[in-house]
Design a protein around this ligand. Structure first.
Ligand code: SF4
Length: 289
């Protein structure tokens, strides 16, 4: 098989993101990671909700679903349940994932499907023209006169750690080699992997804000132990954005969705294994159906 290059994972649709948007970096890093892993587009799905970053599936050569606001995780979970052989990546923004879609996150984590969820966090609602999102900093809201000026921002990494997520990493859209490696290792992880991607919005943030976020980033030290949950929580609560694998649980410790005892024999939900685009077999009975 000829190894595909990063450009081979582009769909041919030109992104409509603003020039300089951090989402370009994520598209590039993701396609590089897919090339590294030699995942063929026929065995790949990229799923999103709504928002600027949620346009990303349209720009990748894969099965893709730019779905409804905040619902990417349940859709991807259903896909993974039906087609465990498809590498499934979920992308979206901080508004989509931590506001309307937040209720789905801890449930996806506890079900532990083999998904990679990358949240492109720019701390703003870009698509709807600059409202405060759940991760917008207090100072920025007060300076801009945005709604909720006294509401503290949500801490995504602390949230997923406390929900029991087995793989938690953070990277920055402006650090392409780090982004590529982080996404590659998250996709490799066998279970639910969360990647917090700091990504700038050049239109509704300011260059000084983006610079301030970048200056708050450090790489985790070489001797950092990602199996130490207490240490990971300290990192999450710290004032700086530490980049790298913050927490990694042995994937053998927690069962993955679809692989619990009895399920493989069809006891809970039989996997649907027909090729995409064909009618499901008539003898499959779904719960409640
Ligand atoms: Fe990117 Fe912001 Fe433009 Fe949206 S509005 S495409 S997040 S720069």
């Amino acid at each position: 098989m000829t190894t595909l290059k990063a450009k081979d994972y582009r769909s041919g649709i030109e992104p409509v993101w603003c020039t300089g948007c951090g989402d370009f970096g994520v598209l590039k890093g993701l396609t590089q990671a897919l090339s590294d892993l030699e995942i063929v587009p026929e065995r790949l799905a990229v799923i999103s909700g709504i928002g600027c970053s949620s346009r990303l599936p349209g720009y990748t050569k894969s099965y893709a679903f730019n779905s409804i606001h905040g619902r990417a995780l349940p859709i991807a979970t259903g896909l993974k349940l039906a087609r465990p052989d498809i590498t499934t990546i979920v992308v979206g923004g901080d508004g989509d994932g931590f506001s309307i879609g937040l209720g789905h996150l801890p449930h996806a984590i506890r079900r532990n499907p083999d998904l990679t969820y990358a949240v492109l966090d720019n701390g703003i609602y870009g698509l709807t023209k600059g409202q405060a999102s759940p991760t917008t900093e207090v100072d920025f809201k007060q300076e801009r006169g945005l709604a909720g000026p006294d509401e503290r921002p949500l801490n995504p990494v602390l949230l997923v750690l406390s929900s029991g997520c087995g793989y938690v990493a953070r990277t920055h859209a402006g650090n392409l080699p780090h982004l590529r490696e982080t996404l590659r290792e998250a996709i490799r992880y066998s279970g639910f992997a969360f990647v917090h991607v700091l990504a700038g919005c050049v239109t509704y943030q300011t260059p000084s804000y983006a610079e301030q976020i970048y200056q708050r980033c450090d790489l985790l030290p070489a001797d950092y132990d990602p199996t130490d949950l207490i240490r990971a929580m300290e990192v999450a609560r710290g004032p700086r954005f530490q980049l790298g694998v913050i927490f990694r649980r042995d994937p053998g410790v927690a069962p993955r969705m679809g692989e619990m005892e009895g399920q493989a024999e069809g006891g809970v939900w039989p996997p649907v294994t027909q090729p995409l685009g064909q009618e499901p077999p008539s003898d499959v009975e779904f719960p409640g159906g």
